[in-house]
Design a protein around this ligand. Structure first.
Ligand code: NI
Length: 170
């Protein structure tokens, strides 16, 4: 297993659409393992392959709060097949947008169709934090970041700070 480099906004790769995975093979299974290790090391509760520069529709999540018991879940080709009409505001952050958080309104529940590690189609019914997290990560697969839901002013404020932080790193 290896820890992968997480891309930070602004980065053109984060704005690209990821492609569906044709087959859940060895390579995809290794990617999932590496993504989980990368997410735990960060630490974060969700990571999409696009965030590590791999434009494939793969997402890993672990929203368990107890650090002694990990509850990793992963999705290949996740697709929302139903979402609740009820919207809920929750604070979101993102490993690609370090140190910035904002309240985002999203459907409070959703059903997701995806492939498991055996390439078998499954459906997960999610609500609360898990539903938020899944929607956030699927957005990454489509090149969308949570700051895109903010007002122009708030978004440009965060973007400016991110650009500044990147410059300081160099
Ligand atoms: Ni994110």
């Amino acid at each position: 297993m290896s820890i992968l480099k997480i891309l930070k906004e602004p980065d053109p790769i984060l704005r690209k659409k990821s492609l569906p995975v044709k087959q859940v093979d060895k390579e995809i299974k290794k990617l999932i393992k590496d993504m989980l290790e990368t997410m735990y090391a960060a630490p974060g509760i969700g990571l999409a392959a696009a965030q590590v520069g791999i434009l494939k529709r793969v997402v890993v999540i672990d929203i368990s709060k107890e650090t002694y018991k990990k509850e990793p879940i992963f999705f290949v080709n996740p697709e929302i097949i139903w979402k609740s009409d009820i919207l809920e505001k929750k604070e979101e952050g993102c490993l690609s947008i370090p140190e910035h958080f904002a309240e985002i309104k999203r459907p409070e529940a959703c059903h997701v169709k995806y492939l498991d590690e055996n390439g078998k189609e499954k459906i997960l019914k999610a609500k609360g934090l898990l539903a938020t997290c899944i929607q956030h990560e699927i957005d990454h697969c489509d090149g969308i970041l949570f700051i895109d839901y903010l007002s122009k002013l708030k978004k440009s404020f965060i973007l400016k700070k991110l650009i500044k932080a990147k410059k300081n790193q160099k």
